[in-house]
Design a binder for this molecule. Structure first.
Ligand code: NAP
Ligand code: MG
Length: 475
């Protein structure tokens, strides 16, 4: 058993603040880390340090900024297993899920580091003779990042890397449950030579530290991923002071299964999307609309897939589903299980401490809370549907619009669904979860501000603004 890691804030290149809050492993309640807890003054110091560092950082040649991200990727890679193990102990997912998430963070640093060598603007023809027009991408200044616990290293990486390559300085407020993963990420960046103050970390409660970051007048932009309720509050606060805001929030991701699909393959797609990561993914499949000819065989295959899942310690051999992250999340999951049992037919859903068996529920009405509200646990509601038209109507009846999937062997049905589904991501014969890091990501409707996309080169649009330069060359 390793001893608890002490986690400080990072301000102006110094690790500061007494570690006071113990964080426990969701599997066995062992102490994983002891973390400092900041307040509005800590945030003010971090923002001041970021402001001081930002111009110097932005003045560095882009390839030099990129080189630091590339070096940080190598440092993280050299600690891949150790960081993944800490992620398991801190957040609870399985080792292979955590290993994949750390690989994602490494690849994100590589992707954005390599953009240091890519084009940065456009050259455009001018209507005026002897004039060249080009665009520059300018940094925003100091950006604030507020991140959730469910992808504790990948989400901070996919916000931080484009912010840094764009020439910004960063203050990040990690989720209170998962500061250790963020500290591994920023340690790799500082060891790679990131100048002091370019990335700062302030730990502590969202209602104090997150709030102070969002209201600080010197923070030019906030990128937030988390729940819809907190997101809407942040939107009001940040837009109210005229700063830029990007919110990626909840989902109620649907999968449509048509009669022409293979029921076993479709069940595997649903199980991977709904039960991996203990159902704690923003893009997790949580409702399925199956046409009547396939409904019963699909439900049987899904129940069989669910029964094979082995909940347990994420670090133990053979575990295929880690514990629920916290007691607060567990009580939310259990409430959904009880509602499902009361109003429908439930398979699975038994809890043993924070280990929850994956659940499949049928027989619920379309307006049941388990069908309409985000649970964020390993539970899939399956509803019968008449045809593709009715299914698309059901998918789009949600207030959310993050990810949507369809299992079908008909190209026409797949294309029709891709066109008509109200979701930022559409998957055909693939789980609603799982994203390529070079592809724009974000939701529509209540899932997102739907202004800027994350990930891929599109992520740079949020972290920069475009200046147009007219260069007359006849004087
Ligand atoms: P959360 O409770 O909304 O918290 C997200 C972050 O906001 C945390 O760092 C939190 O700090 C902070 N926060 C809380 N109150 C705040 C305030 N008043 N001002 C500023 N910041 C504040 O979300 P979560 O429970 O960590 O994560 C689960 C949710 O994230 C789910 O709803 C899921 O759908 C969503 N999610 C969405 C995506 C996506 O890309 N769309 C991806 C992953 C997760 P504390 O931790 O200290 O409370
Ligand atoms: Mg929370």
């Amino acid at each position: 058993m390793s001893s608890p890691t002490k986690i400080h804030h990072l301000i102006g290149g110094e690790w500061v603040g007494d570690p006071v809050v113990e964080l426990l492993n969701p599997f066995d309640d062992s102490v994983v880390s002891v973390v400092a807890s900041g307040d509005a003054d800590t945030v003010a110091e971090a923002v001041a340090a970021a402001s001081e560092a930002q111009l110097g950082w932005a003045a560095r040649p882009l390839p030099a900024r990129g080189a630091i991200l590339l070096d940080a990727a190598e440092i993280l890679r050299s600690r891949h297993r150790m960081v993944a193990k800490d992620l398991v102990r801190e957040e609870g997912k399985t080792f292979s899920e955590a290993f994949g998430e750390v690989r994602r963070a490494i690849d994100i640093l590589r992707f954005f580091g390599s953009l240091g060598w890519r084009e940065v603007g456009e050259v455009l023809p001018s209507a005026t003779p002897d004039t060249m027009v080009y665009t520059r991408r300018e940094p925003l200044g100091v950006v604030g990042l507020v991140t959730p616990w469910n992808f504790p290293i990948a989400i901070p990486a996919w916000k931080m890397a484009p912010a840094l390559i764009g020439g910004n300085a960063v203050v990040i407020k990690p989720a209170d449950l998962t500061p250790l993963s963020v500290s591994h990420l920023v340690t790799a960046l500082t060891e790679a030579g990131l100048p002091n103050g370019v990335v700062n970390v302030v730990n502590g409660p969202g209602s104090v530290v997150g709030e102070a970051l969002c209201t600080h007048p010197d923070v030019s932009a906030i990128s937030f991923t988390g729940s819809t309720g907190v997101g809407h509050h942040i939107r009001e606060v940040v837009q109210g002071r005229g700063a830029r805001v990007q919110l990626e929030m909840g989902g109620k991701n649907a999968l449509v299964v048509l009669d022409d699909a293979d029921p076993v393959a479709a069940a595997q797609v649903a199980a991977a999307g709904g039960f991996a990561l203990t159902g704690q993914a923003c893009t997790a499949t949580s409702r399925v609309y199956a046409t009547r000819g396939i409904h019963d065989t699909f439900v049987a295959a899904l129940a069989e897939a669910a029964a094979k899942i082995v909940p347990g310690d994420g670090l133990a051999e053979g575990t295929t589903m880690g514990p629920v992250v916290s007691d607060a999340q567990l009580s939310n999951d259990i409430k959904a299980v009880e509602q499902a049992r009361a109003d429908g037919v439930l398979l699975g859903g038994e809890a043993d401490g924070r280990l929850l068996r994956p659940a499949v529920v049928t027989g619920l009405r379309a307006d049941h809370p388990v069908v309409t509200e985000e649970v964020f646990g390993p539970m899939i509601a399956v509803l019968p549907t008449e045809d593709l038209d009715e299914a698309i109507g059901a998918v789009n009846s949600s207030v959310y619009g993050l990810s949507a999937g369809i299992c079908t062997s008909s190209l026409a049905s797949a294309q029709r669904f891709a066109a008509d589904a109200e979701a930022g991501v559409v998957k055909v014969n693939r789980p609603t979860t799982g994203l390529d890091l070079n592809v724009p990501f974000g939701g529509v409707k209540a899932s997102s501000t739907n202004t800027f996309r994350e990930q891929g080169s599109a992520a740079l649009d949020f972290y920069t603004w475009t200046k147009s330069v007219y260069l007359g060359h006849d004087l």
